[in-house]
Design a protein around this ligand. Structure first.
Ligand code: C2E
Ligand code: CA
Ligand code: CA
Ligand code: CA
Length: 279
């Protein structure tokens, strides 16, 4: 009804126009950033309380902008995805994360698994498997040291294709995690049919879980579901000791979050692998 007002109609189209221009500008900037190698990866450790140590890392991309500083992925991933730039950017992420892991292997860091986020468009690219295999070989890492993270929505597009890609990756030994679990549209039937090996509970459910009846009901159900399906269950975005305690009691194995460590540049990563004292 508000759009019936001519002034608002005009304002609306002015905003839409401005948005389109900003979008184009961002696309152009991203293209240039790729050419100038301005992207960097930060790594956030994944802790296994049973093992008592960090067992892996998630690679998270950032844009080291010459004027704006470190730009988080939320500001550019959607545009990279809609413009197709996610292709070359995603390939760079795969190669760089594998290369870094190879370096850590050689430096004698404890055996770790690297998790890489893969977007919908990347997952639908028929070359994904080949890109992963090439990056693994070039870095001299073992395929079972690599894991890709897919959101529920990504995993569900075109089921036949998804199934083929999953099988190929899994037979190579690459792990597949379902990311942000509980926030998308996964149906139980996908969980049953696709060979995931890890389920990541979204931060939304983890925050304040020790004092939220809803959070407890949801996390409890997700942990049980994951375990019942033989998956490892990871809680994302843990910031408080009480959250860790509660979820560990409920049978959650793996933790990632500011309580343990923030994502950091490779040079700082080794220093972030210590478990916090006394949980
Ligand atoms: P995600 O995959 O769910 O990654 C987790 C996000 O939560 C990261 O944000 C991480 O820094 C943040 N985080 C971790 N622990 C905590 C915590 O305790 N508290 C809070 N408040 N946040 C925490 P980031 O790095 O800004 O990444 C945002 C999203 O961008 C990622 O969400 C992922 O969907 C996407 N992304 C990041 N890197 C890549 C990439 O290389 N490729 C693709 N396709 N997407 C990426
Ligand atoms: Ca992720
Ligand atoms: Ca996530
Ligand atoms: Ca998330």
């Amino acid at each position: 009804a508000s759009l019936a007002n001519p002034a608002q109609v005009m304002l609306h189209s002015v905003n839409a126009r401005r948005q389109a221009i900003e979008q184009m500008q961002l696309e152009q900037d991203l293209r240039q950033a790729l050419a100038r190698s301005e992207f960097v990866l930060h790594y956030q450790p994944v802790f296994d309380l049973q093992a008592g140590r960090a067992i892996g890392a998630e690679a998270l991309v950032r844009w080291q902008h010459p004027e704006r500083g470190l730009v988080p992925p939320g500001a550019f991933i959607d545009t990279a995805e809609s413009s197709g730039l996610i292709g070359p950017l995603g390939l760079w992420v795969i190669r760089e994360a594998c290369r870094q892991l190879g370096e850590w292997n050689r430096a004698g860091l404890p055996h770790m698994r690297m998790a890489i986020n893969v977007s919908a468009r990347q997952f639908l690219d028929p070359q994904l498997g080949q890109h992963l295999r090439e990056a693994i070989a070039a870095a001299g890492i073992s395929p079972d040291q690599l894991e890709i993270e897919l959101t529920e929505t990504v995993a569900m597009v075109d089921h036949a294709h998804t199934h083929r890609v999953f099988s190929a990756l899994r037979s190579d030994g690459v792990g597949i995690a379902i990311d942000d679990f509980g926030t998308g549209y996964a149906s139980m039937s996908y969980l049953r049919k696709l060979p995931f090996d890890k389920l990541k509970i979204d931060r939304e459910f983890v925050t304040d879980v020790h004092r939220s009846r809803e959070g407890q009901a949801i996390c409890g159900a997700l942990i049980e579901l994951g375990k019942g399906l033989g998956l490892r269950v990871l809680a994302e975005g843990v910031e408080q000791k009480e959250e860790v305690r509660y979820l560990a009691q409920q049978g959650c194995d793996l933790f990632q979050g500011y309580y343990f460590a923030r994502p950091v540049a490779a040079a700082q990563f080794e220093h972030s692998l210590m478990l916090p004292p006394a949980l």
